[in-house]
Design a protein around this ligand. Structure first.
Ligand SMILES: [Zn+2]
Length: 635
């Protein structure tokens, strides 16, 4: 009886899966589904291309439908099919018209019984998912470097495949590189493998295409614990290993909360500065920006975040990009729980409070449609969905559930959720059905207190949304106010005793106080807003002098200070601003700085002058965003 009901439920889920067409993929997995991928490439640094073959093992529900793959700017040389995986025969294929966002469909008619499709191809030098660094762009300055970034839909620019997170594949790869370089992938990496330019990889767990990842460069490895380790350029490896030494502790803490880590080992790869994101949760091998290496572990919440994706995102995956909040909202929630377990409640509270502030600041600039968790991205680039909304609003929704149903019950629910959907890709509808059955229906009185539909389908935050606060931040605000009222000098503020999060909050508080009235986030009372330029320069100079802000090596502090320097026309920080924009490629930092500069005519000129020099060193993903913002003439 129970079993029958379960089968029926599976049928429904299957029906939902079929119905949830991913608007960002041409593929037809309900007719022909790729199950396994074999990759074989030559990494050609001189031409900035990958050249080789991709062999797809397919499962067919229809013997008449063709295989349809996603591609972008690939040069397809030959396609072959095989019935037994041994003998291949040449096949016809058609590359359709290329769409600016989606790329072009590759349609391959399949002979009866065909189970394998082998494609010989090369990538283009401008592939959106690949970045090729010159030796000058690395720490070592001797060898070139390359790395991939496939999320959201950039895998198709280096592998012809069904580029939708709804399709999961296992993969094997063989990568040929210059002999002195090391290749690593989001798969089993043997840190002791001899450097001979011929590397093999295997990913045995089924993963979505956006998690296939490769990097090649002069890399060394340092173990961090029984299951954990870090790769980086030799010049960076010691600093990286020190900064990330709590990684093993984080894995243990997460397992205690949400069940076993299912991917074998967990390594990090610290990339050169042009990596456009904070981190990318490539399974078994998180890619990370070097901007987290602050020297005091103050920015390692990023590791907690990427590690958390081993449960939320990699184990249970969003089926389409409009379900992205299932990846990121869960992950931010888990990240804060890991931080709490490893560094204590005060740190987690501070990070949650900063997160809420960033969300509110960004929502003030967003259209209603982009404030919705279950966002409609039809006809748009899924990279447009990367705002704080899926991250911080998603996490607040889960925090609301935790606070309403109690932590013990909600933790049990989450463990059950990760087990139930492990190695599956699910939609928001599937999550909601599971939530109803396993949490909401069990406690109707509590359920009445959470406006589920408003959380998922409406813009803004529900009135009953949690508002994370931090007692430490209240004390920081008191100091800031006393300083702004001239009761104490900047040197009397106990900054030396503060954490990075407290310093950040202090700066953000002062930033708001200095903002002109009427601007987003500006103060309601106009006490600090009538300031003359001389007075602004004096206040900024006093802070700078007391805390050495212009020369801060902490990327979050430096970014915050440089934003304030542009807003308040604080010229002593301008050369540092230029240096920052020329040496950092993380989009979260550089994009707002260019946007803020571009608000005035002089600033815009400065922005364009710096961007002209920096643009060739940035990642294509960052370039696409900033080109748009600055209306950079397209090539
Ligand atoms: Zn994430």
């Amino acid at each position: 009886m129970k079993r029958l009901a379960y089968c029926f439920f599976l049928l429904i889920v299957f029906a939902i899966n079929v119905a949830a067409q991913d608007s960002h993929s041409y593929s037809n997995p309900s007719a022909v589904r790729v199950r396994h991928v074999d990759l074989d490439w030559n990494v050609l640094f001189d031409q900035k291309i990958l050249k080789g073959t991709t062999t797809l093992t397919i499962e067919r529900n229809s013997q008449t439908d063709p295989l349809i793959l996603d591609t972008r700017d690939l040069k397809i040389e030959k396609v072959e099919t095989s019935v037994n995986g041994l003998n291949y025969t040449s096949a016809t294929f058609n590359v359709g018209t290329s769409d600016k966002i989606l790329g072009a469909p590759l349609t391959i008619p399949l002979p009866t019984g065909a189970t394998r499709v082998r494609i010989q191809y090369s990538t283009s030098p401008g592939a959106s998912g690949l970045q090729w660094l010159t030796p000058a762009q690395t720490a070592g300055k001797k060898d070139p470097f390359m790395f991939t970034q496939s999320q959201a839909i950039h895998a198709r620019s280096w592998i012809p495949l069904q580029d939708t997170p709804a399709v999961r594949v296992t993969y094997n790869a063989r990568v040929h590189t210059p002999r002195n370089l090391l290749a690593v992938m989001s798969a089993e990496n043997d840190a002791r493998t001899p450097r001979d330019g011929d590397y093999s990889f295997r990913m045995r767990q089924p993963i979505p295409s956006y998690l296939i990842a490769l990097a090649v460069g002069d890399l060394s490895f340092r173990s961090l614990g029984a299951r954990t380790g870090v790769y980086a350029e030799p010049q960076v490896i010691d600093r990286a290993a020190r900064e990330l030494s709590d990684t093993e502790k984080m894995v243990v803490a997460t397992e205690r909360l949400y069940g076993p880590y299912r991917w074998g080992s967990y390594d990090l790869l610290v990339l050169p500065p042009s990596f456009p994101f904070g981190g990318m949760e490539n399974p078994r091998l998180t890619f990370a920006t070097p901007t987290i290496l602050a020297g005091d572990k103050s920015l390692v919440s990023l590791v907690a975040h990427e590690l958390a994706h081993s449960w939320s995102g990699n184990l249970v995956t969003n089926a389409t990009w409009r379900d992205f909040w299932l990846n990121e909202g869960f992950t931010v929630y888990l990240e804060r729980r890991i931080q709490e377990a490893v560094y204590g409640r005060a740190r987690a509270d501070m990070e949650a409070s900063l997160g809420l502030r960033e969300l509110q600041e960004e929502m003030a600039t967003l259209e209603d449609r982009d404030e919705i968790l279950h966002v409609d991205l039809t006809g748009r680039d899924p990279d447009d969905g990367f705002t704080n909304v899926p991250y911080e609003k998603g996490a607040l929704f889960l925090l609301h559930l935790e606070q309403t149903f109690g932590r013990a019950q909600f933790d049990r629910f989450l463990r059950g959720y990760f087990n139930h959907f492990s190695f599956q890709s699910i939609t928001t509808e599937q999550f909601l059905a599971y939530l109803k059955q396993n949490l909401l229906d069990k406690s109707p009185a509590q359920t009445a207190r959470v406006p589920i539909d408003e959380w998922i389908n409406k813009p803004g935050l529900p009135a009953s949304a949690p508002k994370p606060t931090s007692p430490a931040f209240s004390r920081v605000e008191e100091q800031a106010q006393r300083w702004l009222r001239n009761e104490i000098s900047a040197t009397q503020i106990p900054v030396a005793k503060w954490t990075t999060q407290e310093r950040l909050h202090f700066l953000k508080f002062v930033q708001t106080a200095l903002e002109p009235p009427g601007s987003a986030g500006g103060p309601a009372d106009a006490t600090a807003t009538q300031l003359s330029q001389t007075e602004r320069t004096r206040l900024m100079g006093e802070l700078d002098h007391a805390f050495n802000l212009t020369s801060s090596g902490n990327s979050e502090i430096a970014f915050q200070w440089l934003m304030m320097s542009i807003e308040n026309k604080y010229e002593p920080a301008y050369s540092r601003l230029e240096e920052f924009l020329l040496s950092v490629g993380r989009r979260k930092f550089i994009r707002p700085l260019y946007q803020e500069l571009a608000k005035t005519p002089e600033g815009r000129e400065r922005a364009l002058a710096i961007y002209r020099r920096a643009r060739p060193t940035y990642h294509p993903i960052a370039v696409t965003s900033i080109d748009q913002d600055l209306k950079w003439p397209s090539e």
